[in-house]
Design a binder for this molecule. Structure first.
Ligand code: NDP
Ligand code: KPL
Length: 333
């Protein structure tokens, strides 16, 4: 059992507001630790949750606890960590100071290092890894839109946290191989940077074979690196990681049919890294392609495409002009 106290969201942006909102819609008591910009939107417009399947519900701000003050974590039974990876250490220190010692802490972040970073700064606490396969975008005015399909996966524990957190419209399942699941998601997240550099909606980008070839080539580099490290990734889709590069290289019509059978992806979907560039925020590139490059270095493997993409994203971050709108030819080293 998880403690029967509020579910707090530490760093409520796209994922935190959507997940926290769905839990509130299901009657759970939710507290959002958020920035004033996000709080202002929800106070003015309510928290509007929409999804690719037609779901559309607005939660009145009075149904949620909302604050930029970390003391909002004070009575939490569960803390969902939904900050970007660069903010994990800081949020861990906030949790250490403000959340009850018996609260279960669940990371819903991308990347493979956040849970270890939380555990290191939160010794003796129950910290679980999670993986969110679906995309959420934040078009503004308090709306958080789930633009792709998939169920949340959480590390299995004796308290059955995944089952305790699941809600209608927000399926969660437990796994005894969360590390494999996180590595599988990291490989999929290698497209986040391409999507950010392209400045195109995900569906439009993935409809073009030239973009998919770049994605496939990066995934091939990534698979070689992580296999050299003895890692066995588990795919977040029904397609095994080792098949994905070949499938990405298929002609457009064949790929489109296959994609339609494996996942739902609506025209609004865009990667969280695209949103970071648009909002002039630091991206998670060091935690995605950066990790592949670091492993490749240790094994003496060449990963020129991953390195080139790290450099292009860093350049876009430094320029602070949003997505540079590059073509695949401008990206290839
Ligand atoms: N968006 C998506 O579709 C998906 C995202 N993910 C992963 O989920 C994680 C969260 O992503 P996402 O929701 O997109 O990120 P967002 O940037 O939308 O949300 C994080 C929010 O936390 C805020 N924040 C950071 N530190 C604090 C603090 N100390 N107090 C209050 N608020 C704070 C940030 O503010 P500020 O902007 O000021 O830093 C931001 O508003 C990432 O690891 C991402 O990769 C996983 C699957 C899909
Ligand atoms: C788009 C998605 C769901 C998969 O790459 C994602 O994880 C993100 O935007 O960060």
């Amino acid at each position: 059992m998880i403690p029967d106290r509020p579910i707090a969201v530490a760093g409520a942006g796209s994922i935190g507001c959507f997940v926290g909102g769905m839990l509130t819609a299901a009657g759970r008591n939710v507290a959002l630790l958020a920035r004033p910009r996000v709080i202002g939107e929800i106070e003015s417009h309510g928290l509007r949750l929409t999804s690719f399947g037609g779901f559309d519900q607005t939660i009145a701000s009075s149904r949620l606890a909302l604050s930029e003050d970390p003391s909002i974590l004070g009575n939490a039974g569960v803390v969902l960590v939904t900050v970007k990876s660069a903010d994990t250490a800081e949020i861990a220190d906030i949790i250490a100071e403000h959340a009850p010692a018996d609260a279960v802490i669940v990371s819903l972040q991308n990347g493979v290092g956040n849970t270890a970073a939380l555990r290191q700064r939160l010794p003796g606490r129950r910290v679980l890894a999670g993986m969110v396969p679906f995309n959420v975008i934040a078009p503004g005015e308090g709306r958080f839109h789930r633009a792709t399909s998939g169920d949340i996966v959480i590390e299995q524990d004796d308290a059955r946290t995944a089952a305790g957190l699941a809600a209608p419209g927000l399926a969660m399942r437990a796994t005894d191989n969360i590390a494999g699941v996180q590595w599988g998601k990291l490989l999929v997240n290698l497209n986040n940077a391409l999507n950010a550099l392209a400045g195109l909606p995900l569906r439009q980008q993935l409809a073009q074979r030239s973009w998919r070839r770049l994605f496939a080539d990066q995934m091939t580099e990534g698979l070689a690196a992580i296999r050299a490290d003895g890692i066995r990734p588990v795919s977040p889709t029904p397609i095994p990681p080792s098949w994905t590069p070949s499938l990405l290289r298929l002609p457009d019509v064949v790929f489109e049919t296959l994609l339609g059978r494996t996942m739902k992806i609506d025209p609004e979907a865009r990667s969280s890294m695209w949103e970071d560039l648009q909002r002039r925020r630091r991206t998670e590139i060091d935690y995605l392609q950066g990790v592949i490059a670091e492993i490749a270095d240790r094994h003496g493997l060449p990963v020129p495409l991953s390195r080139r993409i790290v450099a292009l994203i860093k350049r876009a971050e430094a320029e602070g002009k949003g997505s540079p709108g590059l073509t695949p030819d401008q990206i290839r080293p």
